[in-house]
Design a protein around this ligand. Structure first.
Ligand code: KG4
Ligand code: ZN
Length: 342
């Protein structure tokens, strides 16, 4: 049987992503982002995101079909993110997926966004090996997953109990007077800075916290610590060493993310770690992850950045995987669930 031709729709946050795959082969990955519209608010505004998806969906589907040189009529199935994410944004994608599936008389597969991020690693020649630990870090999520089987057995080991890691970058950038999105700005500001200049707190890493929150994350205390440090400097009339603050903040985030991910691999005897999400754009995160995975004998996998940030190709790839593993399609009654568990 030929590998299925699947169109994937991703609208859980501010990216309208339409991807097309044939099995594990990537044919198109078209993206429209409403990021610019959110910039002046310093974060994603749900209503603005939903309206932007509605406007972008048609043209982005068209662009993906053109990129892949396929006709709608050739599709074997449609896959769509139905959660977790922004409710209104998800509904736009789910509605479009059902309309397509109904009119084309194809099955539709509702997929979990976080599992979709792991699905990004299906694309290409070497299939994802399991079991694997996955660390997903973006503006909307910070989650540690144990993937035993991508289409049937994914376990949430831990997640942030407050801000997502990317959100922490965005908030700290803002308090340092840098624009949104904060990740790349902090990266730029950190050039030449000393990552050990200021010892900012590593959330949920004290022995007592580890008992209950071994694989959970917390970044709101770190954000507050940076704010307080800067305020004290300013109150004392001393200049704020921006490069040192940015480098030290970034180090604290990266340190906790990588430590907990490596600990999960070691504890569970899983020698594979996958990274995903927009924060993977952070070079320091990749560097530290590579060094510590290497030292621990863990194989590190990082998909290309275009497949790490939110995209439709990862959703299509997961859909194709479900079909190839013989899963039944979703019934047409499924809804959007902003807090959908893995
Ligand atoms: O995956 P993504 O494009 O969208 C979602 O949030 O779902 O991730 C965007 C997030 C933003 O919070 C942004 O500040 C962060 O990823 N980010 C970075 C970097 N580039 C983007 N964070 C740290 N370092 C970066 N270089
Ligand atoms: Zn995401």
């Amino acid at each position: 049987r030929d590998a299925p031709l699947v169109l994937g729709i991703e609208t859980s946050c501010d990216e309208t992503g339409i991807g097309i795959v044939r099995g594990t082969e990537l044919l198109a990955n078209a993206i429209a982002s409403s990021m610019d519209e959110h910039a002046r608010y310093g974060g994603v505004v749900p209503e603005v995101a939903a309206r932007a998806h509605l406007e972008a969906l048609g043209p982005t589907i068209r662009a993906a079909l053109d990129e892949a040189s396929v006709d709608l009529a050739d599709l074997d199935a449609v896959a769509v993110t139905n959660g977790p994410g922004l409710a209104g944004a998800l509904m736009v994608g789910v509605g479009a997926a059902k309309a397509l599936a109904l009119s084309l008389e194809t099955p539709v597969y509702a997929v979990n966004h976080l599992v979709g991020h792991v699905g990004a690693d299906l694309i290409g020649d070497r299939p994802l090996e399991t079991p694997s630990v996955a660390l997903l870090v973006s503006g909307g999520h910070t989650s540690l997953l144990l993937v035993r089987d991508l289409d049937s057995d994914v376990e949430l080991l831990g997640e942030t109990i407050d801000d997502a890691a990317g959100e922490a970058f965005d908030k700290v950038a803002r308090l340092l007077g840098l624009p949104y999105p904060g990740g790349p700005e902090i990266d730029r500001a950190a050039v030449g800075g000393d990552p050990d200049a200021i010892r900012f707190p590593r959330g949920l890493t004290r022995p007592k916290d580890l008992e209950r929150h071994r694989y959970d994350f917390s970044f709101s205390g770190l954000k507050t610590a940076v704010a307080r440090w800067v305020e004290q400097r300013e109150a004392a009339g001393e200049p704020v060493p921006l490069a040192d603050v940015a480098a030290s903040f970034r180090e604290a985030v990266v340190d906790v993310l990588v430590s907990k991910a490596i600990a999960a691999c070691t504890d569970l005897g899983v020698p594979r770690l996958l990274l995903g999400g927009g924060v993977v754009a952070n070079r320091r995160l990749r560097e530290v992850a590579e060094a510590r995975a290497d030292a621990a004998g863990i194989a590190l996998r990082i998909p290309p950045l275009s497949l790490c940030t939110d995209n439709g190709a990862m959703i299509a790839a997961l859909g194709a995987r479900l079909i190839m593993a013989g899963h039944e399609p979703s019934s047409l009654e499924f809804g959007a669930d902003s807090t959908l568990p893995v």
